[in-house]
Write a new protein. Structure first.
Length: 195
């Protein structure tokens, strides 16, 4: 069963188990009770629909990594660069840099600005969030409507709905590097620029 608001997570070895609003007790490094308490509830921040947290992490580190993910994906959800600046380090490195995108923090800002010109109502759902060691893994769902122009093609309001997977490496205080893959075939088909 999948719930829309309480977070659901699966359990593997040292992972914390959530099933709806109840949590299996975890005994490692202070992760007792409901791990959803690690989520920053600041209004405006995206919240994961599903959360799995490595039980070997200290509560402080787990909370920090969950918050960094929330900040980064709030940037992708809103396009507001203050969230990007709060999430990634100045020496951030994109290890799967697409052609034409600048390296460093300027890359995601560039991508968001250009994508929002094509899909102005773009949203980013943080569907699954896994916090393991110094890595953040996220399954994202991007949605919106193609009303801008892409490669000379004018949108007619076509629905956009595609997935992406990110792996972020967290340094001492911020995200320092990432790897990502997007379902570009689905996106381009929805935009009507490929079959």
């Amino acid at each position: 069963m999948r719930y829309k608001t309480p977070l659901i997570a699966c359990s593997v070895a040292s992972m914390i188990l959530l099933t709806g609003a109840t949590a299996a007790p975890a005994t490692q490094h202070g992760h007792k009770g409901d791990p959803t308490r690690l989520i920053d509830r600041t209004p405006g921040l995206v919240r994961p629909l599903s959360l799995t947290v490595d039980g070997s992490l200290s509560e402080r580190r787990a909370r920090q990594e969950v918050r960094l993910a929330q900040l980064l994906y709030t940037f992708w959800n809103t396009g507001r660069t203050q969230y990007l600046d709060a999430a990634v380090s100045a020496d951030f490195q994109d290890n799967t840099l697409p052609a034409g995108r600048p390296q460093g923090p300027a890359g995601p800002a560039f991508a968001s600005k250009n994508f929002r010109a094509v899909v102005p109502d773009l949203t980013c759902e943080l569907s699954d969030l896994l916090i393991t060691g110094d890595k953040i893994t996220a399954r994202l769902v991007f949605r919106g409507h193609f009303t801008g122009t892409f490669n000379g093609v004018q949108g007619k309001g076509q629905k956009v709905d595609f997935n992406a997977i990110d792996i972020q490496h967290v340094g001492k205080n911020k995200i320092t590097e990432d790897w990502h893959i997007e379902d570009n075939q689905t996106l381009l088909s929805q935009l009507g620029v490929t079959r």
